[in-house]
Design a protein around this ligand. Structure first.
Ligand code: V47
Length: 376
């Protein structure tokens, strides 16, 4: 039986979803504008279940941000994290030993992934990054190292005077396993220029991810929404990611990021609403037909919204986290971490089946304090 949409523009999109036809720019606009959010969510759920069945993924991970000193501190208007220099209140730079100490604690708790990003710190030499990755890989070879946004890779290429390719290869050599999806912000040049003039362009961001994929380094992608971007900007962003994925194929997950205004230069803007959060999850699931996974990032949209997101297109809820800075410095009220039991309860209550994954979506099997990846 065909569902009844209150917005009849969803009828033709429904037909395309059923026949697995690619959605157009105009379809994307309709999905963002439609008053029938339940209809949009219904369509996203068809794709979600086709790709990932009833599974909802999570992982046991830790965020460790090695520094927040950043040469772009005055340029990224959405950022509450960056500091001008180490003398500024709230600034930090972790030594390799301090980083290792934080990581070791989490590894003892069964963590399978370290997620690490930082500011473009003019005081840290390239050698710092090589020593950091090498030390982590030596101490914890089983743990996946998801480090450095494309913007950081660009900064590291500048300070090392290597090409992007050689920089990525040097980092991979000492332990880089994958890259997170940050730094994408919004690709549309006019809006990008208003919120982060001087940061790498869309083309450079996409090119760095393509080069990483060519080297066998998979990555994620993000979009920062809920600031001054238009609906057209959002659809444009998703289509650029889709076209890149057609070529390079190395994106694992798309993570819509809800803008948090506190302590930023865009502090006059309101926080995103639940409707906007759910819609971004649903529309990204529908537009990004070549992305295996869509994440409802509970740190930014809250546990309740992330739980509902699992029925609006998302098949992943992120991880236990342990310590998150970027969103909490911008006013997030979510906890700093949650337990595996809480994650599983949220997922089961949403009618989904929780599966612990590693970063590359291999299932994790636990026996006592030990864990291993399930053989494919
Ligand atoms: O690049 C910065 C965004 C990103 C704010 O790939 C803000 O697995 C909201 O990319 N309000 C970093 N967002 C976070 C990120 C991420 C998070 C979790 C998992 C993964 C992954 C990636 O956060 C930045 C920027 O786009 N951001 N400031 C803010 N005030």
């Amino acid at each position: 039986m065909r569902p009844r949409f209150s917005d009849n523009r969803l009828e033709s999109i429904h037909d395309k979803v059923l026949s697995e036809d690619r959605l157009s720019f105009d379809d994307g606009k309709v999905l963002y504008e439609s008053p029938d959010l339940i209809g949009v969510g219904y369509l996203a759920n068809i794709v979600r279940e086709r790709k990932n069945g009833n599974t909802a993924y999570f992982n046991i991970n830790q965020h460790i941000d090695y520094t927040n000193v950043c040469i772009l501190h005055a340029r990224c208007h959405f950022c509450a994290f960056a500091r001008k220099d180490i003398e500024t209140e709230g600034a930090w730079e972790l030594s390799v030993d301090e980083f290792l100490e934080k990581a070791m604690y989490s590894i003892e708790q069964g963590c399978t992934e370290i997620h690490s990003v930082g500011g473009h710190n003019p005081n840290l030499p390239f050698d710092y990054y090589l020593r950091l990755l090498r030390a982590l890989k030596e101490q914890m070879p089983q743990v996946h190292l998801k480090f450095f946004t494309a913007s950081e890779i660009h900064h590291l290429a500048r300070i090392s005077k290597l090409s992007i390719k050689d920089t990525l290869e040097a980092l991979r050599e000492v332990g880089l396993d994958s890259m997170p999806g940050g730094g994408a912000e919004i690709f549309a040049p006019e809006t990008r220029d208003k919120i982060c003039r001087g940061k790498i362009s869309a083309e450079v961001w996409l090119n760095i991810h393509c080069q990483a994929h060519e080297l066998g380094i998979p990555s994620n992608a993000t979009m920062l929404y809920g600031h001054i971007e238009t609906i057209e900007d959002r659809v444009d962003h998703l289509i650029r990611l889709r076209e890149t994925q057609d070529k390079s194929g190395g994106f694992m997950t798309f993570i819509p990021l809800a803008f948090h205004p506190d302590n930023t230069r865009l502090g006059h803007l309101p926080s995103t609403s639940g409707i906007t959060d759910l819609r971004n999850i649903a529309v990204s699931r529908l537009m990004l037909d070549n992305f295996p996974h869509i994440r409802a990032y509970w740190i930014m949209i809250g546990l309740k919204m992330a739980q509902i997101g699992l029925n609006f297109g998302a098949d992943d809820i992120h991880g236990t986290v342990t310590e998150e800075k970027i969103t909490h410095m911008a006013g997030a009220k979510t906890p700093q971490m949650i337990t595996v039991d809480e994650i599983k309860r949220l997922i089961c209550e949403a009618g989904r089946v929780p599966v612990e994954r590693d970063t590359l979506y291999n299932e994790i099997i636990r026996e006592g304090n030990k864990w291993h990846r399930k053989a494919a």
